[in-house]
Design a protein around this ligand. Structure first.
Ligand code: HXC
Length: 257
């Protein structure tokens, strides 16, 4: 497939998506949304892929939704063409996605990182929801996912002031899974992705679904969901393989079945 705004690459069982609009600091326009959604959906449909890495450039993961594309739109335009709706498809992929963030992750860029399952940050990363500086507010999850990630008071500080936070603050706040030196970001993302992709895919899908449920539902419902999904994995060959490998003191050979 030909993509205009991203680079796509498969390394072993890991699918890589690199945002590639260097002149606009990877601002997320409609074409980027189409490309990322198409590439992620294709990886998601491929059983040979066990994890996805989404990254940008050294200077920017993504500096936000494309302000120049949005500027002249009316509210009705945004409502009727569901301007950002495609991102929901990206957020719903079953394969774990690792965001490898270097430089700016602002506005829609921060929101895109928060649609991923693990956020690895270079020590140069800067996160923020600066929409308030433009006379608007976050529109792709920044007022909702950010609160779930960092709590009300840190989220309100960011969303209301529009300030940026550095990688260390983002890690302390719980937005970032790990911070690594910038030069090691992609290698580390590859290692994390390889590790996940070495597991049994049915258990990985189940784990992501259970984690997602925790963000969405009550404790009682979430525990019920977890219990059912846990039980269902005992009907996989990989559960028998994983547990017999443990007993036999050898590495498991998973078949994704
Ligand atoms: C369109 C953008 C852009 C954006 C940067 N560029 N961010 N274009 N949309 N979000 C373009 C600039 O216009 C410029 O192009 C080029 O990228 C390089 O940016 P500079 O500003 O020259 O770089 P620098 O001085 O280093 O400043 C970097 C920056 C700044 C601090 C990240 O670019 C910035 O503040 N960007 C906007 C950040 C932002 O407000 N994001 C939130 C967007 S609203 P030219 O051709 O002019 O040189 C949003 C809504 C989400 O995301 C909700 C949607 C539903």
């Amino acid at each position: 497939t030909e993509y205009e705004t991203i680079l796509v690459d498969t390394r072993g069982r890991v699918g890589w998506i690199t945002l590639n609009r260097p002149d606009a600091l990877n601002a997320l326009n409609t074409q980027v949304m189409r490309d990322v959604v198409a590439a992620a959906s294709a990886f998601d449909a491929d059983e040979g892929i066990g994890a996805i890495v989404l990254t940008g450039s050294e200077r920017a993961f993504a500096a936000g939704a494309d302000i120049k594309e949005m500027e002249s739109k009316s509210g009705l335009d945004i409502l009727m063409d569901d301007h950002f709706g495609g991102w929901a498809t990206f957020a719903a992929v079953r394969t774990p996605v690792i965001a490898a963030v270097s430089g700016y992750a602002l506005g829609g860029g921060c929101e895109l990182a928060m649609m991923c399952d693990i956020i690895l940050a270079a020590d140069t990363a800067k996160f923020g929801q600066p929409e308030i500086n433009l006379g608007v507010i976050p529109g792709m999850g920044g007022s909702q996912r950010l609160i779930r990630a960092v709590g009300y008071y840190k989220a309100a500080d960011l969303v209301l002031t529009g300030r940026m936070m550095d990688a260390a603050e983002a890690e302390r706040a719980g937005l970032v899974s790990r911070v690594v030196p910038a030069a090691e970001l992609l290698d580390e993302a590859g290692r994390v992705a390889d590790t996940i992709a070495s597991k049994s895919l049915p258990s990985v899908y189940a784990a992501k679904a259970a984690l997602d449920a925790a963000m969405e539902t009550t404790l009682t419902e979430g525990l019920r969901f977890e219990r059912h999904v846990f039980a269902s994995l005992f009907d996989t060959a990989d559960q028998k393989e994983g547990m017999s490998a443990f007993r036999e003191k050898r590495a498991p050979d998973f078949q994704n079945r």
